[in-house]
Design a protein around this ligand. Structure first.
Ligand code: SF4
Ligand code: SF4
Length: 136
């Protein structure tokens, strides 16, 4: 059975120069599309990937990534903003890998586009008043 999934990879800096993602193609017959890649403040790499291929190859590929030291985040979670808590400080804007936050230049308020969110959790740690919440 063919599958296509979006996942978030968190990996330590020591793995950045290794062709880990390339191996998914070469050894596991998977196709991938990098939706976003960046380094976080903790010098951890973060990559949002869309992976497609046969389920058994996907499972083997995920096992390989995990055993290589990559932490894989499920996207079955939902991140929402508690509007009463948000102070529109803007701390989340640059940290979001998918540009889900945008400053409205007229109102100076920070808009949150839930459709762009991949539930990576980066803004939860970065938000001073803890307005971003993870829901399962
Ligand atoms: S960091 Fe938190 S309080 Fe600041 S704009 Fe983003 S969601 Fe709102
Ligand atoms: S969890 Fe926060 S930082 Fe991550 S994609 Fe969603 S809005 Fe952006």
């Amino acid at each position: 059975m063919a599958v296509s999934k979006r996942i978030v990879l968190h990996y330590p800096k020591r793995l950045v120069d290794r062709p880990i993602i390339y191996q998914l193609v070469k050894e596991y017959n998977l196709k991938f599309n990098i939706l976003k890649a960046l380094f976080t403040q903790e010098a951890e790499g973060l990559m949002v990937l869309e992976i497609s291929g046969e389920q058994k190859d996907y499972d083997r590929g995920i096992k390989y990534l995990t055993e290589s030291g990559v932490r894989i985040q499920s996207l079955s979670q939902d991140v929402i903003r508690n509007e009463e808590r948000c102070t529109h400080c803007g701390a989340c804007i640059t940290i979001c890998p998918t540009s889900a936050f945008e400053l409205d230049p007229l109102t100076r308020r920070v808009n949150f586009d839930n459709e762009r969110c991949v539930a990576c959790g980066q803004c939860i740690k970065a938000c001073p008043p803890r307005a971003m919440e993870l829901h399962f």
